[in-house]
Design a binder for this molecule. Structure first.
Ligand SMILES: Cc1cc2nc3c(=O)[nH]c(=O)nc-3n(C[C@H](O)[C@H](O)[C@H](O)COP(=O)(O)OP(=O)(O)OC[C@H]3O[C@@H](n4cnc5c(N)ncnc54)[C@H](O)[C@@H]3O)c2cc1C
Length: 62
């Protein structure tokens, strides 16, 4: 069931899923914050490059 939801999320355009609920993983706060900061850096880089599209996931949830 999780795999089907991941596939559905990947097919969605213009939406990125992150965090504990968004990636359906057990996460502690330190990991959540580290991943969120890394996602912010990646978003910054993609927006500056003007041709980057945001990924559905910044961390592979499978
Ligand atoms: C009972 C419990 C105890 C825990 N104890 C610890 C601990 O001791 N140490 C530790 O490191 N971690 C602990 N954790 C884990 C830690 O709380 C989570 O890993 C962390 O909070 C996950 O962060 P997140 O941003 O993914 O999700 P969340 O903290 O759940 O943040 C999601 C946010 O999005 C908001 N939101 C949801 N839907 C929408 C929407 N449609 N529009 C706008 N906003 C929305 C919610 O209101 C919420 O503010 C605990 C978790 C639980 C449940």
């Amino acid at each position: 069931m999780l795999e089907s939801y991941i596939a559905l999320a990947r097919s969605e355009k213009g939406v990125s899923f992150l965090g504990r609920l968004g990636t359906y993983r057990y996460l502690d706060m330190d990991v959540t914050i580290t991943e969120a900061l890394a996602a912010c850096d990646q978003i910054d880089n993609l927006l500056q490059s003007e041709k980057g599209t945001l990924p559905s996931f910044f961390v592979d949830p499978s």
